[in-house]
Design a protein around this ligand. Structure first.
Ligand code: RIB
Length: 327
């Protein structure tokens, strides 16, 4: 049986059509924009983010008809990151339309296309044998995500689910196979609202912001996944484990160009951190936070993920500044 690299990311790959406009159009309004075509998809973005940190990674996903598959395979070869693409000739390749405003914020609409056809058979057991960390999201086929998490657990890997995008047909039973759950604020709110005790209340993001750390930790514990990491954008992330909670601040004063894929950058960097720091969650989350911080300083999703050299330079510089800061 062949052994997989330490990180296996199973999920979506998209062609991103990014329309950069000064301000988002209002309903019924037409605005002018500049179009860039680039590589995206939450799964692939996470694999690139992880692989670029120097941790051996393989991405498993599905492509549709057209020449894009060859382009993607060449990109992965150049990056020296493993990729295994199942071809679904009856489907279009997944496509995302991204509106990007002048502040680097986005609105995204996706057509999953071939991603929805990623089948359990496209993720054979041998692909996960030897993996330390297996990362999934909700942008491809949910049954295949469940199958992947189940196999990964059996193979002894740490299983990670980034529940993005949260979907109306989300099956909470998936959480049984998850060791580490990484939702953003809106995904966390959606998950909490599915809990039997909360279902009828009006729990919203505003309530989340007003909450004490202890209360947030108690809420995370109700989800019944050993580790929950809520990413909080500019406020960093909140880690809740069975033994307590901790907050990791975000890096400040970086110029925001494009926030597309920042959550993916965190997940990819975090997976790499788990391998580098031998499963230490807080240290891994710190690496994820640094990868995410750098990703928003460049345009695009996958192409904006920092290289190992950029990351090392950034970490050295921030460590130097922290040493100089008054106590
Ligand atoms: O998370 C960002 C990604 O979401 C984009 O690259 C786009 O493809 C959508 O999947």
């Amino acid at each position: 049986m062949s052994t997989s690299p330490p990180v296996v990311v199973v999920g979506s790959i998209m062609q991103d059509l990014t329309f950069a406009c000064g301000a988002f159009p209002a309903r019924g309004q037409t605005v002018m924009a500049r179009l860039t075509v680039g590589q995206g998809g939450k799964g692939s973005n996470q694999a690139i983010a992880c692989g670029r940190t120097g941790v051996d990674t393989v991405f498993v996903g599905a492509m549709g008809r057209g020449a894009y598959a060859a382009e993607v395979a060449a990109f992965y070869r150049r990056e020296r990151i493993g990729c295994r693409l199942a071809l679904k000739p009856d489907e279009p390749t997944g496509t995302a339309v991204i509106l990007l405003n002048g502040e680097g914020q986005n609105i995204i609409v996706i057509e999953p296309g071939a991603n929805a056809r990623l089948a359990p058979g496209d993720v054979p057991r041998a692909l996960l044998a030897g993996a330390k960390v297996v990362v999934t999201q909700l942008e491809s086929n949910q049954a295949t995500t469940a199958h992947t998490l189940r196999l990964a657990r059996r193979a002894g890997a740490t299983t990670v689910l980034n529940p993005a995008p949260m979907r109306p047909d989300f099956d909470p039973r998936l959480l049984r196979h998850v060791d580490i759950l990484i939702p953003n604020e809106s995904e966390f709110v959606a998950l909490v609202r599915k809990l039997p005790r909360i279902r009828r209340t009006k729990f919203a993001e505003r309530a989340l912001h007003a909450m004490s750390r202890d209360a947030l930790h108690a809420l995370c514990r109700l989800i019944k996944v050993p580790t929950v990491i809520v990413t909080l954008g500019r406020r960093g992330c909140f880690i809740s484990t069975q033994s307590g909670h901790e907050s990791i601040p975000a890096y400040r004063s970086l110029k925001v160009v494009d926030t597309t894929g920042a959550g993916d950058a965190f997940c990819g960097g975090f997976a790499a951190g788990l391998v580098r720091h031998k499963g230490r969650i807080a240290a891994a989350a710190r690496l994820g936070t640094a990868v995410a911080a750098l990703s928003i300083t460049k345009p695009g999703a996958a192409p904006a993920m920092p290289t190992l050299a950029e990351l090392s330079r950034f970490l050295r510089k921030t460590a130097r500044l922290a040493r100089r800061a008054p106590a």
